[in-house]
Each structure stands twice: as C-alpha cells, then as structure tokens.
Design a protein around this ligand. Sequence first.
Ligand code: MNH
Length: 443
Amino acid sequence: MSVTTEPIPQPRPRPLLGNLPDFDAGKGVFGLVELAQEYGPIYRLELPGNDLVVVSSQELVDELCDEKRFDKKVHTPLQNVRDFAGDGLFTAETQEPNWGAAHRILMPAFGPAALRTMFDGMTDIAEQLLLKWERQGPAHRIDVGDNTTRLTLDTIALCSFGYRFNSMYSDQMHPFVGAMVRSLVESGERGHRLPLQNRLMVRTRHQYDEDKRLMFEIADQLIADRRRHPLPGGEHDILDTMLEATDPLTGERLSDENVRYQLVTFLIAGHETTSGLLTFTVHELLRHPEVLAKAQAHVDEVLGNRAPRFEDLVELGYLDRVLKESLRLWPTAPAFAVQPYEDTVIGGRYPVRAGQTLLVLIPQLHRDPAVWDRPEDYDPDRFAFERAEQLPPNAWKPFGNGQRSCIGRGFALQEATLFLAMLLQRFDLTAATRTTGSTSSRR
Ligand code: MNH
C-alpha cells in the first residue's frame, strides 16, 4: 500500500530565524491559537532549538491519543521545568524507571479512597477563605485569582504532606511561592532566548539558582521533619506513602531526592491550574446570571443550610458540568506534547518523524466547530449526560492523555466542586465595578 503524503502547512521560514518572526512569544498560547486560525488544524513552526507541529482538530488529536503509536514528549518548556522538578512525575520520561515506580506508588494515593480522607483538609482551607470573606464584608473587593491561588496552594500542601502555608493569614505569600513562580517564569523565558543571552544574564541566573536552592531546602526540610515526627494518631498522607511504600513491580522505594522532586511537582501542578479553573468559573458565572442562578438553586437543593459532606459531592452534578464547561473554554494547562515512537503518517497524509514534538493545542481543540455547536458560547448543559454521550472520543482533553494524564484530576475536581458549593451556598456574587463590592453574605 502506498500513501501520498504532503508537507505540513508552515508559515514561510526565514533564514536563521525560522518562524521566530511569525510567533509572538509574549502572547504565549494565544500566539499559537492565532496561527491555528490562519494555518488550520495542523501546522509546523520552526523556532530556535524547537521544531513544533501544532495540532488542534478533534480528528487529528484523536489519532495522537493512540498510546500504541504516541508517547508523551518532555518538550523544551518541560525540559526547562525539569531543571527544578527533576524526575518528578510531570517532567520524567515514560521510559525512566522512576516514572513507572512513582506512577504505581502514587496512583492509589490520589485515588477515590484517598480523596475521601482529604475531604476534611479541603474543607478546612475553604472554610478559612470563606470566613475571611464574610468578615471582610460586602463592600470588600476580592481579587479572585490571588485568593483562589492561596486556597489551592494551601489545600495541596495540607492534603498531600500535612504542611500549612497559612496563606490566608498574611499578605505576603510564603517564600516558596515567590521562588516557584519566579523559577517557572524564568524557565519559560529561557526557552525564548538564545543560549548566549542566557549565559550573559548573570543577575537572573543568580536569582534562579537561589530560588532553586530555597525550594529544595524547604522540600528536604519537610521530608526530614516527617521522618522525625510522624503524623499523630497513626494518620497517613501522601508524603508517608512516598517515603514508605514500595513499588509493587520492583519492590523498591522512592529515593529522598525523587520525593523532593514530587513535592515540588505537586506544588507547581496543584497551584495555578485549579485556581485558574475557579477563577474562570467565577468569571463565567458573573457573565451568565442564568447559569449562576441555576448553580445556586442546585446547591441550595442539595445542601440546604448544612455543611457539605463527602457524599454530597456526587449529587452536585450541575457544578460538575459548570466546571467541565469552564475547562473546555479555558483549559488552564493549555497544551501537552506527544511524539511518535516510529516515523509515521498522521491525518492520512502528513509524514512525521519518530520523536517529533506534536503539540496538542487544547483551547483550539475545545472549539473545533466539527464537534462543538456555537463553540464560543458558555453552556454547561453540553456536559449533560445525554449530550456528553454524543461527543466523539478525545474531544475534551483538559487533563492530557492516557497513562501520562493528570494524576491530580480527581483531587482538583473535588476541591473545585467543594469550594464552589460552599461559595454559592454562602454568598451572592456581583462583579466589581469602580464603586461596588463583589460578594455579599447570604446569612
Ligand atoms: Mn495536573 C499532568 C492538567 C491539577 C498533578 N495535568 C497533567 C497534564 C495536564 C494537567 C494537561 C498532562 C501534561 C502532559 O501531558 O505533559 N492538572 C491539570 C489541570 C488541573 C490539574 C487542568 C486542574 C484543574 N495536577 C493537578 C493537581 C495536581 C496535578 C491538583 C496535584 C497533585 N498533573 C499532575 C501530575 C502530572 C499532571 C503529577 C503528571 C502525571 C504523569 O505524567 O505521571
């Protein structure tokens, strides 16, 4: 059998610079979305040290989700994050023994039984934030992004390794946060600089080394503290699992260095993704009063005036649809990369080499007009059971694909559902204008 192939569409590359002039790095993922609007569901971009194929239709993405042919690619931005997240789950190669070991040890630690035990910790932190808002009163304006980042950071730290950042009690974020955010920004910018530029930026490099050292020191301290002081009452959290559990396949434990990388990874992964989800959700609820009213009535019906219990979460189906629709329009981890195991042809006509970076551009995938009716409309009922059932496979991928998909998916959705329920139960929301406040207590 022979296949007729054709080249992947590409903006005309310039000598030495390739497609650098075509891509506005300052716009981040939106720059890639603009190019997709111009060049279609598959295009190639040659950036310095980074040859990318950007894919964004459901049909092509469905093909790339075949794990027999494609594996996760730790592409340039992830390689830069790897500098401080090491061989933690997110930045490890699938073939590295430490990925397999940590995957087998940690999957149950984020599974349904474990999530039940984390419910009280999640409620504890949500309660802190909502009490603070109640005390601040209706005239107080709330920066939703800042507040939900404190919420999600405190929640992942408390629920997975018993540490309280106590972000609600101070204006300044914990020093770990500053170090992590600066390192993430710097690791992103490194990817857009030439190697010589990177070497010349001495101050930046010094700050980066200092930030890395601080993150490692805090993580190592947490590990040492736990060794010396186990949790009271025989309690057991994810940190204990990482320190004690043996890989069912090899019988080996994770090294202290690897546990450190997992801690840093959870804080990175658990911080802006879930808070972004909550922030976009509040934004959409404020723009769609009918959805807000429906969500609030739903919460009132399920919870009334009593505090939520773990068993209530599955009853909060409308909130689940709201969150899914937010992740459709605003996927807060907006891209993931795969690579073919062998040279192959995709879409029946585009040849790609083994190892080639194939970037799935999620915001564009989630607006594929072949799948989504009026793609730009915010409509949670798309995820009502009967309608969701009609969706083709791999049309909605905010958590990535297959064995390398998000290990924190259940954690993030439980945390977001719980917080949203408590928020709607207790507050009426209004968008801040120049003069008015943004919440008012319902009791
Ligand atoms: Mn999360 C992988 C999105 C919350 C921990 N996460 C991924 C991937 C996406 C993703 C996409 C796949 C990346 C890739 O293929 O390169 N994650 C999200 C979103 C949210 C989220 C949209 C919230 C909403 N993630 C969380 C939370 C944690 C977490 C909370 C905390 C534990 N995520 C991970 C880890 C991985 C991952 C760890 C890597 C898993 C692996 O490859 O084994």
